[in-house]
Design a protein. Sequence first.
Length: 457
Amino acid sequence: MLRLPILPMFRLTPCRIIVSIILSALFFTGPAMAATDAQNQEKKRQEELTRTYKQLEVFSNVLSMLQENYVEEVDTADVLNGAIKGLLLNLDPHSSYLTPEEFKDLQEETSGQFTGIGIEVTVQNNELTVVSPIHGTPAESAGLKAGDLIVSINDENTANIGAYKAIEKLRGPEGSKVNLAVIRKGWASPRNFKITRANIPLLSVEGESLSPGLGYARITNFQSNTGADLRHLLGTLSQKAPIQGLILDLRNNPGGLLDQAVEVVDTFLNQGCIVYTRGRRADQNTIYNAHNNSPHANYPLVVLINEGSASASEIVAGAIQAHKRGILVGKKSFGKGSVQMVIPLPDGAGLRLTTARYYTPDNRSIQAVGIIPDVEVAEQNNEEEGSMISEAPKEIDLANHLPGEAEKENLREQEQNTGEVEALQKRLAADNQLHAAYNILKSLNLYTKQKTKKEKL
C-alpha cells in the first residue's frame, strides 16, 4: 500500500482544489506515463532489430545465389569488401571503409611521406574534386587548383570512382607519370595535365623572416608533430629578432589531425575555448581549451586562407577569428566541419567514420559553409586573362631621386639588405593575398607600437 504523508488540515479554496487535483493526477499518472514511454521505446527498438535481421537475411541469400549461380567463380572476400564499402556509400563522403592498403597509406600521410602527385581530393555531387594541391608538390607545380574537377585519370572516367580509389590511381612509383583531364570554372572544355609522380615529404611547417621582426609561417597539413614544429620555427625566428608580428599561411591546407590543430591555436591563445565537438554519443562531445603557457599570445597575427583551406585549418582560422586574436585574409574556406574517427579492424583494414561536427568558440558550425575572411582578397591571376596592371611609379622609384631624411638614415641598412628586399618585393608582387597580409601586419605592428608608447607616456 502506498503511504501518503499526513498534512495539516486547511481550508481549500476553489483554486487550491483545482491545483490539488492536477498535482494528484501528476503524482499518480507520472510513473505510468514513464513506463509507457519506456515500453514504446523498447517496442521501437525491437521493430528496428527485426527490420535489420530481415535485411541481413536478404543479404545472405543474395550472397549465396552469387556463389552458386554467377557466370564465374566469385571471390567472396572481394564481394564482402564491396558490400562493406556500399554500406558506407550512402553516408557523408568522408566516411569510408579502408582496405589494408588504404589504411596503410592513411597512416603514412599523417606520419611522414608518400609517393604520388601531392593532392587532396574529395567527392562532391559524384564528381572528383580537388580540395587542394599540397605546397611544393608536382600537383602544385603543374597548376592544379582547389575546386578543379578531375574527370579522368589515365583516360579512365572518374564518375562514381570514390575518393580512395582515385587516390590509389593517383599514386604510383616515383618518376612514373599520370595523365589527368581537368575541368575548371571558366574553361569551355577539359584540359590535360601530365604530371610526374614524386616522393612527397610532408613537411608540415616551414617559414622565414620577411623583414626584421615580421615573420611568416606556412602549415601545409596537420600531422603528428605539427604543433611542435610550429613552436620550433617560432623559436628560431625569435632568435634572429623578437617577433613583432606573424603571417600564418593556411592556404591549400587540406587539414589532418584535430589535436594538432588544437595545439597550433593553443600556441597563440592563453585562454578560452578553441573548438568543441558534438555527436550523437556523450563521449563524442568534447571541449578543447587553451592553456595559459604561451609566449606567442600577444603580437599581431594575420592568417591567410582560401578555398583549399579545409577541416583542421578551418578549426585554426575559426578560433583565431572568434577570439579576435588575428585578422583573416584571403577567400572563403572549403567548409568541412566534421570530425572523423579512424578505427583499426582485425584484418589490417580500417573504418573511417564521421562521428561529430565541430563548432568554433562562437558556436558556429562551418560544415558546408566555410570560414569567411575578415578581408577578402582575390588570388593572383596570371593565366590567359593577362598579367596585372602595374602600379604607377612613385618618387622613390625614379632613378637618382633625392632621398628623404628617413631614407638617408636607413640607406646603409638598405644597401646591406638590398637582395633580401628585392626578393621580398618580387614575392609580394606575385602573391596578392600575401601582399595584403603583409601590409595589414605592418599596420597592426605600427598600431601596437604607438599604443605601447602612449601607455608608457
